[in-house]
Design a protein around this ligand. Structure first.
Ligand code: ATP
Length: 235
C-alpha cells in the first residue's frame, strides 16, 4: 500500500531523514519507534506532504505522491492523527467529526460512519454537543482518531497517540487501534515513543535512529530483541 524509497528530508541544512526506505502492506499495523528527535514525525510529515521529501520516492497504491499537495494526498485516502491531537476547540464533538468528512463524496454514508464511531467511543456520544476544547486529553485523542476515521482513510497515520495520557487511557487507545484495524481493514502506521505498547499491537516494526532506519522485523521479534529491549523497552 505504501512504499518509501530512499527518502531524504531537510529542515534548512539539517538532514532529518537519511535514505528512509520502508513498506506497508494493506491491512497491516506497522509501528515506527525511536527516541526523541530520531525523525519519526518528519517521516509522517513527508508521507502526507507537509514536509516534502527532497529526494527519494513515496508510492501510495503504486502511485507517486511525493510531489503532491497535502490536500491531494488526503483525497487519495491517507488521513493523519497529528501529535498533540489538534482538534477544533470551539467546535462541538459532532462538528469536529463532520470536518473529518469534508472531502468525502459519498455523503449518504457519513451519518452511518458517525454512528459507528459514536458507538466505538461512547464517551464522545455522551459529549456530542460539548466543545472539543472542554474534553479531557484522552477524550480529545479519541475525537482526533474519530475525526481522521470520518475521512474513511485507506491508510491512517498516527503520531504518538499515547502522548501525555494516563496509563489506563493509553491501554484503551491501543485496544481501539487494534479494533479499527480488524473491523475496518484500515491500514495503520503508528509512530510511538511507547515502544512496548506499540509493538504489542503492531504486526511489524521499524526502529529509527538519527534519521535512519536501523532495524526492522516482526513486532514479536523486536519485543524480544536484546538491543531493542535495552534501548526502548527499559528492560
Ligand atoms: P519526537 O518524538 O520528539 O517528536 P521525532 O522522532 O518525531 O521526535 P522529528 O520531530 O521528526 O523527530 O525530528 C527529527 C529531527 O529534525 C530532529 O533533529 C529535530 O530537531 C529536527 N526538526 C524537527 N522539526 C524541525 C523544524 N521545524 N525545524 C528544524 N529542525 C527540526
Amino acid at each position: 500500500m505504501l512504499k518509501l524509497k530512499n527518502v531524504q528530508s531537510f529542515y534548512g541544512k539539517i538532514q532529518a531523514l537519511k535514505d528512509i526506505s520502508l513498506e506497508i502492506q494493506a491491512g497491516e499495523i506497522i509501528t515506527l519507534i525511536g527516541a526523541n528527535g530520531a525523525g519519526k514525525s518528519t517521516t509522517l510529515m513527508a508521507i502526507c506532504g507537509v514536509q516534502p521529501a527532497r529526494a527519494g520516492e513515496i508510492l501510495f497504491m503504486g502511485k507517486a505522491i511525493h510531489n503532491l499537495s497535502p490536500h491531494a494526498i488526503v483525497g487519495m485516502g491517507i488521513a493523519q492523527v497529528p501529535e498533540g491531537r489538534r482538534i477544533f476547540p470551539y467546535l462541538s464533538v459532532l462538528e469536529n467529526l463532520e470536518m473529518g468528512a469534508f472531502l468525502r463524496k459519498d455523503k449518504s454514508r457519513i451519518k452511518q460512519d458517525m454512528d459507528y464511531l459514536l458507538d466505538l467511543f461512547p464517551i464522545l456520544a455522551e459529549r456530542r454537543h460539548q466543545a472539543g476544547g472542554t474534553l479531557s486529553g484522552g477524550e480529545q485523542q479519541m475525537l482526533a482518531i474519530s475525526r481522521a476515521l470520518m475521512a474513511r482513510p485507506k491508510l491512517l497515520l498516527m503520531d504518538e497517540p499515547s502522548l501525555g495520557l494516563a496509563p489506563l487511557i493509553v491501554k484503551q487507545i491501543f485496544e481501539i487501534i487494534k479494533k479499527i484495524n480488524m473491523e475496518n481493514q484500515t491500514t495503520i502506521f503508528l509512530v510511538e515513543q511507547n515502544a512496548n505498547m506499540a509493538l504489542r499491537v503492531a504486526h511489524r516494526g521499524y526502529v529509527m535512529e538519527n534519521g535512519r532506519i536501523t532495524l526492522t522485523d516482526l513486532a514479536a521479534n523486536l519485543l524480544s530483541n536484546e538491543a531493542v529491549k535495552k534501548a526502548y523497552l527499559g528492560l
